[in-house]
Design a protein around this ligand. Structure first.
Ligand SMILES: [Mg+2]
Length: 210
């Protein structure tokens, strides 16, 4: 996520919190309903156009889907299967123009839908800070993901190495009894550290996409 996207999302989170507070106050009747929806067109953060990015993502997901179909069909009795996803530029379009809610990254949503329709739990592990947890949770569900768990960074986590933080969250998913059959992200820090049977790397174009 670009810095400006993060700042805008924090603004959305603050506005949503203020709207909730207004609804709970006696003065609510006099307060116009706040809207958390904004749509701002911005230049892409990367030197790649949207169509190229989508084609590149689709190619990676075309490798993931046959594996997942076979792995899901071959689940052991009682096995609880999970997939872990990054959010920015993985499950959601983030750096191709800011909007809230952000659109899904369509090739990834297609794979996620197959998995969730076949009993696989989806967990989302993001470097986003916890101030935007509720708007992120809403965004994921709004575009069609079934969220079994959403891990955001606490204040203390912000000072930790991102890869180590993300690995710790996968361990937490395993501690709930899940087998992580795939970990899907677009940055190396999403995927290092193990604790997944397979990893699938979407493009980040040398770090241009968060
Ligand atoms: Mg990302």
């Amino acid at each position: 996520m670009t810095g400006s996207s993060l700042q805008r999302l924090i603004g959305v989170a603050v506005a949503a919190t203020a709207a909730t507070a207004a609804l709970m106050s006696p003065a609510a009747a006099a307060t116009p309903a706040a809207t958390a929806t904004t749509a701002v067109t911005a230049a892409a953060a990367a030197d790649v156009d949207h169509a190229t990015w989508q084609n590149d993502c689709r190619a990676v997901m075309a490798e993931a889907l046959p594996y997942l179909k076979e792995r899901i069909a071959g689940a052991a009795a009682g096995e609880k299967q999970a997939i872990v996803f990054d959010i920015d530029n993985t499950t959601l379009e983030t750096d191709f123009g800011f909007s809230y809610p952000s659109p899904a990254n369509a090739p990834v949503l297609d794979v996620a839908r197959y998995a969730q329709d076949h009993g696989v739990a989806l967990f989302f592990v993001t470097a986003r800070p916890d101030i935007i947890k509720s708007v992120t949770d809403y965004n994921l569900k709004h575009v069609g993901y079934q969220v079994s768990g959403l891990y955001v960074r606490s204040f203390v986590d912000l000072f930790k190495d991102v890869a180590a933080y993300k690995t710790a969250q996968r361990k937490a998913v395993e501690a709930k009894g899940y087998t992580i059959i795939a970990n899907i992200g677009n940055s190396a820090t999403d995927l290092s550290g193990g604790h997944a049977e397979k990893t699938y790397k979407l493009p980040d174009y040398d770090g241009q996409l968060s």
